[in-house]
Design a protein around this ligand. Sequence first.
Ligand SMILES: [Fe+2]
Ligand SMILES: [Fe+2]
Length: 286
Amino acid sequence: MTREPFELEWLGGRSERAFRALRPGIDAFPWGTLDPSRYPPVLVDRARLSWTEAAWNEYCTAAAFTSLLRALLEARAPIDLTGMASDFVVDEMLHVELTSRIAMELGGGAPYRVDFEKLTLPSTPGLTPLQRANEEVIRTCCVAEAFSVPMLATCMKSALHPLTKAVLTQIVKDEAPHGQFGWTYLEWAANHMDAAERERLAGVALDMLRMYAPFWAKLTSRTVDGVTTEGFSIQHVNELGWAEAATYARTARQTVRDDILAPLAALDIRPDPEAVDALLALGELH
Ligand SMILES: [Fe+2]
Ligand SMILES: [Fe+2]
């Protein structure tokens, strides 16, 4: 495993103009208005880390969608369905830009080392093309994106600075169709699935939920790396783009039940209820 600093370039010129033409309006955001000297330096450091980590997550999601697209093509998914997902990579690259720029406004990306050759989870060996597409859709759309939309919306609602508000509003607007795609895909794929495949996918969903448990188990906000906003002014925390930690954890549990498990159950994909209950009880305050 080779970990390198998470640093990316911006080319400018023709590529910038083409990118802006695909997603206009970004230059009108109130860039240059987030003043780090307003906040305690420790909180600024945590915010830099949190936004850098967000940029890395967006980057990995761009990779997850490229891998999903290939799986859809190999599975001979309907043309319009694959076409719908093709545009998502542009959204994710825009989110990489927006989140990185917030980190830059706060003094630069935090030192953060990553493995660029491990952007996505490896796919399970021995699957048919359709099973592979099912697995990628469950992981990326029905769990990861379905989870992140309400969580980002929570941060967006509480964001108290015009720049963090503008960035989170843009991201939430773009993310909604990414989650929705999963359910649209599964309505089509359900016709080609037997009981064994549904059971396998329930296991895939449960494995993904295990990866997300730190979001509610650790009572931290916007991050799984132990960054806490506890003890700081809630005004500052909200300006920098975090939601209050307890609200965040509560929303996370509710999202898993309402936006992931319920629609999966409607398709007869049911992760083991005991395992799910144990997972959701992690970190719960009694
Ligand atoms: Fe995104
Ligand atoms: Fe997304």
